[in-house]
Ligand binder design. Structure first.
Ligand code: ZN
Length: 276
């Protein structure tokens, strides 16, 4: 009859009874919802564990990358500014040579003047060129001072860049190692999480996510431990515990708002996981 047709084994959504699911395709029972939610919680908590393992590393790497990029830009700008100042100093040097040549020419002309007026006129030119040289020397002094300053800043920046680059390499390697170790696992868990989410109704899933994001330990679904909520440890009255056990409706802790499930669900979800 079933000529060698094999059941697909790709998705292991075993805590949801597939047979029951077929019977009520659109709406799964409260009990199944609770199992699905608890299953989702287990998977998400595993993902949380992996992320905790990575800790602040991704952020630290990002910060270092930003800092290194900033330093590189800064050093690039400084290099350009230094080159510009070098050029300006050279230019002023050429201007001085030009002025000196002119002075020499004017002084030679003074030896051959025909009258005082011509001599005085050349004297004025010489005076002007002398002032030009003074001005150039002043500028060269200014530029050289700026150059020294910028070179100090650049050296400092290069030193910091070298240090940060080493830090970045180390942190990156650390992160890469952790990511490599856990990538496969995280992917598998991520797929599982998405698959479970797909069978939980939107409204309930939104509530789950909201509770989870508000809870410091990421727990939205908890069991009863020693007559108390496993999330906030407040006592749960016996009648309420019975209601939870009956799995007839979704009950949240009146203190912390987490969804409460009975202890038996743990083994049901985990057993089914193991069997699959
Ligand atoms: Zn609670």
């Amino acid at each position: 009859m079933h000529s060698g047709f094999q059941k697909p084994t790709r998705i292991r959504l075993t805590f949801i009874s597939m047979e029951k699911n077929k019977a009520t395709e659109t709406e799964i029972s409260i009990e199944e919802k609770l199992r699905a939610l608890y299953g989702l919680q287990l998977v998400d908590s595993e993902i949380d564990k992996i992320r905790t393992l990575r800790g602040e590393l991704p952020l630290e790497v990002q910060d270092l990358e930003d800092e290194v990029a900033g330093l590189e830009t800064r050093i690039g700008n400084l290099r350009e500014e230094i080159a510009g100042l070098d050029k300006a100093v050279a230019k002023k040097g050429l201007d001085i040579s030009d002025s000196q040549a002119l002075i020499k020419k004017y002084q030679e002309q003074q030896d051959n003047v025909r009258n005082n007026r011509e001599y005085d006129s050349l004297s004025k030119e010489i005076e002007f060129q002398t002032l030009e040289i003074e001005l150039c020397n002043k500028k060269i002094k200014e530029f050289t001072y700026q150059l020294e300053e910028k070179k100090v800043v650049m050296e400092e920046s290069e030193k910091i860049l070298a240090e940060r680059t080493v830090d970045l390499d180390i942190k990156k390697k650390e992160l890469d190692d952790i990511v490599a170790d856990t990538r496969k696992e995280e992917e598998t868990l991520g797929e599982k999480s998405v698959t479970i989410e797909a069978i939980i109704e939107e409204r309930l899933l939104t509530a789950y996510k909201r509770i989870r994001s508000n809870a410091r330990n990421g727990l939205a679904v908890v069991t009863i431990k020693r007559d108390a909520c496993g999330g906030c440890f407040n006592q749960i009255p016996p009648q309420r515990q019975l209601d939870i056990k009956s799995r007839k409706k979704i009950i949240v802790c009146e203190y912390c708002g987490r969804i409460l499930v009975d202890d038996d669900i743990i083994s049901e979800v985990l057993d089914n996981e193991g069997k699959a």
